[in-house]
Design a protein. Sequence first.
Length: 163
Amino acid sequence: MTLPEGTSQTLEAIINRHLELIYKVAFMYTKNVDDRNDMAQEIAYQICRSYKGFKGKSKLSTWIYKIALNTALSSFRKKEVAAESLPNTDVADDDEASVKREQESGLRYAIQQLNDADKSLTLLFLDDLSYQEIGEITGLSENTVAVKIHRIKKKLKTIVHGK
């Protein structure tokens, strides 16, 4: 990933330390590898652009999540990206790995069916952020986050199990 010219080494190190988070968000809101890379690049650019405004009132990762999600949602709405089709792999696996991959694909498919806000909450929840941290990123209260996560779990269960 190339960063804007003039990016400090400190900022470059911060972005490199959070690349997994950046690509995770990009993955949830893009259709293919090229779009994913473009999205990650745009998120990194927005982080560089906004870094001077970081006040340190929250954890750095929380702040980066907020920028990443806002950038992804903004881009998603602009381009009206369709839900990502699940990758088709022809590699032979043992049964256990195959079952796990199938379950993950089912969950990924179910998450793609959620609206943007629920998708964001799910991503943050799956990343083991506390309700308080999710609230800081989304601007929701802890109670609202808890209620929404509970409802999202029900939706996902319905999508995955058809009931």
